[in-house]
Design a protein around this ligand. Structure first.
Ligand code: ITT
Length: 203
């Protein structure tokens, strides 16, 4: 099928920077909601990252009739019963600063050391096609919650996400390196393969 443009349904600029870089070699124009002039909001009332990504992508596809990709992602902290999970953006309220959210997670892990602080970022990506077909992919990045915020890069919970294998925080990674390692990078590369297959389909 012919794919000329894709709408990536996010209002999060941090996500959009990562997405643009990873999809840059697909040969398809990738537009944010803002760039596409779409003012849409989907109720994320699913129980899993996948459900929410499908809800977001499908709802916006119905509104604009284009191929729409959406990402639902978040941080799972094992010692906190996988909180904040699908509620990562809403944790302590949408308008609470990440400095406060991050410090709150550090405080809740007081007394825990090393692997007791294990956590992961999860990302599910859904593609909703105008013909009704849906594709989903998932990626994760394993790490630990650090003891303080570090790094100026990334967004959200990146400053407290420590990567033991690399000896640094996610907030200290360049965009290039984060995309190599991250949940979103992995899920997006899998989605890129799905999109390539769709592009090769005969009409
Ligand atoms: P959209 O729904 O508009 O895409 P959002 O920020 O509300 O934007 P989500 O509902 O998927 O997106 O929430 C994901 C939250 O999980 C995000 O706001 C961050 O708090 C956190 N998160 C996800 N990926 C992250 C990453 O790579 N680095 C840091 N925090 C991340």
């Amino acid at each position: 099928m012919k794919i000329e443009k894709i709408i990536f349904a996010t209002g999060n600029e941090g996500k959009m920077r990562e997405v643009r870089m990873i999809l840059s070699d697909l040969g398809v124009e990738v537009l944010s909601l803002k760039e596409a002039g779409i003012e849409a909001h989907a109720e994320e009332n699913g129980k899993t990252f996948e459900e929410n990504a499908v809800i977001k992508a499908s709802e916006i596809m119905r509104q604009c009739g284009e191929i729409v990709l959406a990402d639902d992602s978040g941080l799972e902290v094992d010692a906190l019963n996988k909180e904040p999970g699908i509620y990562s953006a809403r944790y302590m309220g949408y308008d609470t600063s990440y400095h406060v959210k991050n410090q709150n997670l550090i405080d809740r892990l007081e007394g825990k050391k090393g692997s007791e602080r294990s956590a992961r970022f999860v990302c599910a990506i859904a593609a909703a096609l105008p013909d009704g077909r849906i594709r989903t992919t998932r990626g994760t990045m394993e790490g630990e919650i650090g003891y303080e915020e570090r790094g100026e890069n990334g967004f959200g919970y990146d400053p407290i996400f420590y990567l033991p294998e690399y000896g640094c925080y996610s907030g200290e990674l360049s965009l290039e390196v984060k995309n190599e390692l991250s949940h979103r990078g992995k899920a997006l590369r899998l989605m890129k393969e799905e999109l390539r297959k769709l592009k090769e389909e005969r009409q």
